[in-house]
Design a protein around this ligand. Structure first.
Ligand SMILES: Nc1ncnc2c1ncn2[C@@H]1O[C@H](COP(=O)(O)OP(=O)(O)OP(=O)(O)O)[C@@H](O)[C@H]1O
Ligand code: SF4
Ligand SMILES: [Mg+2]
Length: 329
């Protein structure tokens, strides 16, 4: 079904390396952090793609490189068919209005010296989309839209709770009427009790405003509810991507299986019976990632071939892709 829909964002073989420079006066190039290393996925209009993986696997770098906040080392990012990598200046600025980001830490991402009204109005002033009374009305409307009392417009970020601050971040992201929002772990820093409220708000806004989301999280339980499809990242690459149901019911990559076995099952009988895969060791350094399959140093079923060649993402069933030499149905 999804294949027939319009592709809003196409990420094509995206690579982002951060150079490591050493030396005080004469800097020499000592190597690179391979933060994102050949990542491809599509996001269809109106859907939510979950992007999941352990800390440091390159999720935020992927998000920032999509928005061209970091320029990619190579690869392309097509938004409505136009390559953002080739854009610069005013063209890029105009296109980027339609793509916004919500951050993990609502405390750090809001300017403490600005009141809520100023914070939400700022992008509209910079882009000159609303002025005067229309701007004030728009700020009030956005506050209502995210479930905040418009009477709080003159209050400062420290006067709000974590969940309310994240709502302010959402209102600011909505100010320029975006099509795509990259939600970078928007609920990870919140109390469990308010996480569901923020997810529900994002879902309601998605329906009402026809938004498309890339929803980043570090564990699979966080994106299960909200995602239509899920991509699993490991050390700069996509290990597996599939529809939500395929991924959770028929995971094919050993890494996805391990991540899923860490997600608690509410049914105690099923919880008792299931096999757990415990991941051993740490994620290797992205400065010197393992040869062949990046997961091989922790993979419970690795064979000789896994060190020799890098597994490509293969489509095993329609829409279900996995990067593993040994994966089969
Ligand atoms: N600006 C930067 N300069 C150098 N290295 C960076 C930079 N940003 C990220 N990295 C490195 O790139 C790798 C990927 O980082 P990234 O922040 O994208 O991971 P992440 O999956 O978002 O992790 P987390 O779950 O902790 O947010 C890490 O090794 C990180 O140290
Ligand atoms: S390619 Fe080999 S090491 Fe990598 S996930 Fe598959 S079996 Fe494990
Ligand atoms: Mg991150």
């Amino acid at each position: 079904m999804a294949e027939q829909r319009e592709v809003l964002l196409k990420v094509d073989r995206l690579v982002k390396y951060f150079p490591i420079m050493q030396g005080f006066v004469f800097k020499t190039h000592k190597g690179d952090v391979h933060a994102v290393d050949d990542v491809s996925f599509d996001i269809y209009s109106g859907e939510t793609l979950g992007l999941v993986g352990e800390s440091g696997c390159g999720k935020s770098t992927t998000g920032r490189t999509i928005l061209q906040l970091y320029r990619p080392t190579s690869g392309h990012v097509y938004f409505k068919g136009e390559d953002l990598v080739k854009m610069k200046g005013e063209t890029l600025r105009k296109t980027r209005k339609k793509m916004q980001m919500i951050f993990q830490d609502p405390y750090a991402s809001l300017n403490p010296r600005m009141n809520v009204g100023q914070i939400i109005a700022e992008p509209m002033i910079i882009h000159n989309t609303y002025k005067g009374k229309a701007l004030q009305d728009r700020v009030m409307h956005l506050l209502e839209l995210v479930g905040l009392n418009p009477a709080f417009v003159k209050r400062y970020p420290h006067e709000f709770s974590g969940g309310q601050r994240q709502r302010i971040g959402v209102a600011r992201a909505l100010a320029l009427d975006p099509d795509l929002i990259i939600c970078d772990e928007p609920i990870a820093a919140l109390d469990v009790s308010v996480q569901a409220q923020v997810v529900n708000l994002l879902e309601d806004l998605q329906k009402e405003l026809k938004l498309t989301y890339l929803f980043i999280a570090h564990d699979l339980s966080m994106v299960k509810h909200i995602s239509n499809r899920v991509a699993v990242m490991y050390l700069g690459i996509i290990a597996e991507k599939a529809s939500r149901d395929d991924l959770y019911n028929h995971p094919l990559h050993p890494y996805t299986k391990a991540l899923l076995s860490a997600v608690p099952i509410p049914d105690p009988v099923a919880e008792e019976k299931r096999k757990r895969t415990i991941l051993e060791g740490d994620v290797p350094s992205p400065v010197d990632p393992p040869s062949g399959c990046r997961f091989r140093t922790r993979c419970p079923i690795a064979e000789a071939v896994c060190a020799e060649s890098r597994p490509e993402l293969r489509e095993i069933t329609p829409g279900h892709f996995v990067a593993c030499h040994l994966a089969k149905l």
